[in-house]
Design a protein around this ligand. Structure first.
Ligand code: HAM
Length: 422
């Protein structure tokens, strides 16, 4: 039985030694996305349920089965965001900047989906995402993909696989849908129960069914790229030509549709072998999103990647960023008076940018020295009555086991010398 102190299934605590890896992935995203003119947008973790129902599409698995939806005390239906795009579009519409000029934003934060927890599949997971609205040319899809690949390369995941496809536009849908429905109807008896229902409710979802029998039938279905009208076909051709121009590595997967219904034209996915069944690191594409309270859909392009899966992929390659270890100095106080003086000393050393710890409980000297070693301090700074009277400290280099007397006012400079920061 799970311990009562464990986080609920599908969620995790992230401790400081792991947090360094998260910070690296997040800082790198800030740095790279800003080079392309993206600024950070932070939206709430919960929204009115309609933002997702309307934005993502009522027939998607995310909306039908996975959302954490609840009624608040005012009787409003709210949902913990299962993804970032719909809320970002709501925010841009609300700020009056969704139409017209181009707007580029990125976001980093927790998302919530009630899926069965597995390796790489969590109920609270974290996405780094970008959205660019207001530019409709195929070139923005290409620039977004180029930025994504630059990011992956920078974090050591340059060997991931990129697949692209087009879903066409709303105008293409009836024809593609009819062709797919006719094909799948011929195989209905061999397909899973979900797909037998999907054929009438949303035939596109059959294309990403994870059931083995359905997967084999999907492989024989008509490629979407053959069913696009001239305009959508040209749009996709331009995307591929420009990807070639930039010498980006990709394959066309003509049956890639992705699990969210807002996509139009380009869709893409990046996967990484070796991290188990949940191997999609990134999902993205061009979309047209309905925002409740606005009659015009927002058009944009973007992607989101799961931080947990990026970390799994980096672990698989043996890469990780570890926390800067230990403290620069640990102050050991012998007696009440030294403890009070060390409170002041710790403050002034921290003013100089040093990482300082100290014992605050007036424990015995041996116990304090044990802690200094345990927290991996470079030096222990020891003061008792005698040192206070002479205005010096005893500075013990814990690795070298050397001890020197240092005058208190020379301490910051001498410490920087010892720490190689001078
Ligand atoms: P998505 O494909 O649903 O797309 O999710 C993007 C990424 O989030 C996935 O590739 C995966 O890395 C991560 N992810 C999704 N679900 C889970 C989970 N349960 N546990 C761990 N990681 C997960 C979107 O969310 C779109 N909003 C992407 C987008 C942005 N399209 C255009 N703009």
């Amino acid at each position: 039985m799970a311990k009562k102190t464990e986080p609920i299934p599908g969620t995790s605590d992230i401790f400081p030694d792991e947090a360094a890896e998260w910070q690296f992935l997040e800082h790198t995203a800030h740095e790279i996305f800003q080079r392309y003119g993206y600024g950070e947008l932070r939206t709430p973790s919960m929204e009115r349920t309609a933002v997702f129902e309307k934005g993502i599409g009522g027939e998607t698995d995310v909306v039908q089965k996975e959302m954490y939806t609840f009624e608040d005390r005012g009787g409003r239906s709210l949902t913990l965001r299962p993804e970032g795009t719909a809320g970002v579009m709501r925010a841009l519409v609300n700020a009056g900047i969704a139409q017209g000029d181009e707007k580029r934003v990125f976001y980093i934060g927790p998302m919530f989906r009630g899926e069965r927890p597995a390796a790489g599949r969590k109920r609270q997971f974290h996405q780094i995402g970008v959205e660019c609205v207001g530019t409709i040319a195929p070139e923005i899809d290409v620039e977004t993909i180029e930025m994504l690949l630059r990011y992956l390369d920078t974090i050591g995941l340059g060997d991931s696989k990129l697949k692209v496809n087009s879903r066409g536009t709303i105008a293409d849908r009836p024809h593609i849908q009819e062709t797919l429905t006719a094909y799948f109807r011929d195989h209905l008896a061999d397909m899973c129960e979900d797909c037998q229902r999907r054929i009438d409710t949303n035939v596109w979802r059959i294309l990403d069914c994870k059931n083995e029998a359905c997967g084999a039938i999907v492989l024989g279905s008509p490629p979407i790229t053959d069913l696009l009208d001239a305009e959508s076909g040209d749009f996709f051709k331009r995307v591929c030509e420009r990807l070639d121009l930039l010498e980006l590595d990709y394959t066309v997967d003509p049956r890639l549709v992705r699990g969210l219904d807002y996509y139009e034209h380009t869709v893409f996915e990046v996967s990484f072998d070796g991290i188990g069944a949940q191997n999609a690191l990134v999902g993205g594409g061009r979309y047209s999103i309905q925002v409740p309270g606005s009659n015009k859909p927002v058009l944009g392009t973007g992607f989101a990647m799961g931080i947990e899966r990026l970390i799994l992929a980096r672990q698989e390659l043996g890469i990780s960023t570890s926390q800067q270890e230990g403290l620069d100095a640990y102050l050991v106080s012998i007696g009440e008076e030294a403890l009070a003086a060390n409170l002041q000393l710790a403050r002034s050393l921290r003013d100089c940018g040093l990482r300082v710890g100290m014992d605050l409980q007036a424990r015995g000297t041996k116990a304090q020295m044990r802690t200094a070693n345990k927290v991996n301090a470079t030096v222990a700074i020891i003061r008792g009555e005698d040192e206070l009277a002479r205005n010096i400290v005893n500075c013990k280099n814990l690795a070298a086991s050397e001890q020197h007397e240092i005058a208190v006012d020379e301490l910051p400079d001498k410490l920087n010398e010892i720490l190689g920061k001078a």
